[in-house]
Write a protein that binds this ligand. Sequence first.
Ligand SMILES: [Zn+2]
Length: 67
Amino acid sequence: MKIKKRPSMRTLMRHVEAGSDSGYCIRCWTLHHAIEPDAKAYTCSNCGAHAVYGCEELILMQEANEI
Ligand SMILES: [Zn+2]
């Protein structure tokens, strides 16, 4: 399993603005597609953790310093 680079707040914002329906796994930071912006704890196909969140959700979590 490969750990990727954590996306910046700016990258997350760009995904939301583009309406790209993508999200990231907060364990390995793999980018996932077809993830609703408010998705929470989806299963990651890379690391198997229930840690995939939509970009909108990630921004909120980051603002709250939860990740
Ligand atoms: Zn993962």
